[in-house]
Design a protein around this ligand. Structure first.
Ligand SMILES: [Fe+2]
Ligand SMILES: [Fe+2]
Length: 385
């Protein structure tokens, strides 16, 4: 376990692309190739009022001066990865779906993917809006969270594109999946504390700060960071076998987005803890570990439902290990103890998929490249998986 101050909180120091200097009565901030010149006294005053929670609230969303340039960097990274579901070609998927090309097991994985994420993307978007963004007070943090929410809308839209293109009966899918206990338990687990936080709690009270921190941890590290990945891996395994490539491509873009959401959540948590060390007690750290443990158990139950036995090119044990592997890397990134002894990633190719490096070697379909020139270079890639 580590102390709050050990979490690497001075994000300005960690970012060589960000600098500030004084120039007469101005302070000059440099972010990449942009220069911002601000009145020194006013800038200092605004900066002093910026905190993750309980800071100066303003409706103006005044980003400058940036106290948390890392949040702005993650925003830029998210924006550089922008994609539009509607233009992903689903004709081959539709053909495979409707002409018996897929086995029953493969169809089931796609159905689980559509069924689970139809609910899950909405839960994340709603929670980031009403639980996280609402309670943040620093403008650049709210700004990044708003982009996160917008991306969940894109993900929801991608599911509509899949459902519409495959001609799946939406009500049938919804009814079918709301009855699957492992899906219901996963969703109930993550949302059970949300109603109270949505009502607005007094975030000057340590116990409430801990609830808020646990919500960020639950949404971004347990749900997006752990409970999404096994199903991503299954759908993208099909993709690698040239099956349901349109769906796979959308999952691929979604996965890349999720890696930024995980990074943003981790950043929010580390800043929150640094500014509020009272919340980071040994007991609370243990509570987060136990929360992850429960999330892992539910996820393994879900994996067994998705892949009841080994399928073509897929081994159930690998996916169960993948759950452990992801849970541990989320815990470790926050200085929390690991839960398992799994140290090898069973799907190293998935991390490569996130960055689209080998996409053109993997897939037969023509790739629509949304990445704007050179923007991949802006991230520390190890931080974004
Ligand atoms: Fe999402
Ligand atoms: Fe997400």
């Amino acid at each position: 376990m580590i102390e709050a101050q050990g979490l690497g909180v001075d994000s300005k120091e960690a970012l060589p692309e960000f600098s500030e200097r004084e120039d007469g009565r101005h302070v000059v901030y440099q972010f990449r190739n942009k220069t911002f010149r601000l009145d020194k006294a006013k800038a200092r005053e605004r900066l002093a009022g910026k905190r993750v929670i309980n800071g100066l609230r303003t409706a103006e969303l005044n980003m400058l001066p940036l106290k948390y340039p890392e949040a702005y960097r993650i925003y830029k990274q998210m924006k550089a990865n922008h994609w539009e579901p509607d233009v992903i070609d689903m004709s081959k998927d539709s053909h495979q779906w409707n002409t018996g090309v897929l086995t029953a097991k493969e169809r089931w994985i796609i159905e689980m993917g559509v069924g689970y994420f139809s609910a899950a993307e909405g839960i994340v978007g709603d929670s980031v809006l009403h639980v996280i963004e609402d309670n943040l007070t620093a403008a650049e943090l709210k700004h990044a969270a708003l982009r996160h929410i917008a991306e969940e809308s894109i993900h929801m839209d991608s599911l509509l594109h899949m459902i519409g293109s495959l001609n799946i009966d939406l009500d049938e899918v919804t009814a079918k999946f709301s009855d699957i206990p492992s899906i219901r338990r996963k969703n109930d687990f993550i949302t059970r504390h949300m109603p109270e936080l949505k009502m607005g709690v007094d975030l000057t009270v340590t116990a409430n700060k801990q609830k808020f921190a646990k919500a960020i941890f639950g949404i971004t590290q347990v749900m997006e960071g752990t409970q999404f990945y096994a199903l991503f891996a299954m759908v993208l395994s099909l993709h690698r076998q040239n099956k349901m490539t349109g769906v796979g491509q959308m999952f691929q873009y979604t996965l890349r987005d999720e890696s930024n959401h995980i990074a943003l959540g981790r950043f929010l948590l580390t800043q929150l803890i640094a500014e509020n060390p009272d919340l980071w007690t040994p007991e609370f750290q243990q509570e987060l570990v136990e929360f992850m443990r429960e999330g892992v158990a539910l996820e393994k139950e879900f994996v067994r439902d998705c892949l009841p036995e080994d399928g073509v090119g897929m081994t159930q044990a690998d996916f169960l290990h993948y759950v452990d592997f992801n849970a541990d890397r989320r815990l470790e990134s926050l200085g929390l103890p690991r839960l398992s002894r799994i140290s090898t990633n069973p799907f190293p190719w998935l991390d490569e998929v996130i960055f689209l490096r080998k996409e053109k070697n993997f897939f037969e379909t023509r790739v629509t490249e949304y990445q704007t020139g050179g923007s991949m270079k802006n991230s520390n890639e190890d931080d974004l998986v």
